[in-house]
Design a protein around this ligand. Sequence first.
Ligand code: DHB
Length: 307
Amino acid sequence: NFTSTLGGQTFNSPFLNASGIHCQTAEELADLEGVKELGGIVTKSATLEARAGNDKPRYYDLAYGSINSMGLPNSGYNFYLDYVQKEHAKPTILSVAGLSVADVIKLLKEVQASDYQGLTELNLSCPNVIGEPQTAYDFETTRKVLTEVFSFFTKPLGVKLPPYFDLVHFDQIAAVLNDFPLTHVNTINSVGNGLVVDVEKEQVVTKPKGGFGGLGGAMVLPTALANVRALRQRLNPSIAILGTGGVTTGADVFAHILCGAQLVSVGTQVIKEGLGVYARLEKELSDIMEAKGYTSLEDFRGKLQVM
Ligand code: DHB
């Protein structure tokens, strides 16, 4: 039994696509609907206006993960808000990103005024928009944004966070988030501003920002697990944690759930392996659970042991 609930909705499996992965166009979203092992569908982060994103090459595949500097290419919020308001067999999560606080407020007012009753996720952590800081690294601004948002927004809302690396930062972001009626926190976004060097060419591997970009895939798994675990230990039980980052095997999914994840997203590995990854992960997770005698995710969710 793989059922999980979030924001009053039932997800038949714990798997999601990470936002930005195969979810920008109508065709890509339709492909996701066809993946039976996916529990829900997350849209590409939508901005007020459509964006072409940064110059290519803006994604580079590595043996140990990936680096990207996409720059929020997306079809604009009208397209995604239309999409989530249509009938779908799976729950949707509408991801939105503002280039300013005013944008965020305008976007969420549109969502609030619409007929959409599903989940929305505010991306506070895009590392790739040139000249824009990641909001969630500024705790005071994060509190200001959420205070304004919750003065009018009454639908299920979560936030997407960047990774934190300092235990005091976990305390500080949790103290902010616990003051708001969030359905969930999605952690982690890509690990911002890594730099990959091609030694033979003596060159960077992506064009925007002089080669700096967000890291994903296997290399970020321990960072993702630390963020899921640290936030699960600090956030109100009413705030679910969506685990994102570094999943390449069913064991990695199991680890995310053991650290407290309600649902688990897959990003880089979908790009490497295609949408068939979800069937493999589900099989591997089932095999692990069966070997351990577990029949539901609740049997081990959040039950990581310490020494
Ligand atoms: C992009 C990357 C992110 O990590 C994110 O949260 C939003 C957008 C991007 O570059 O498109």
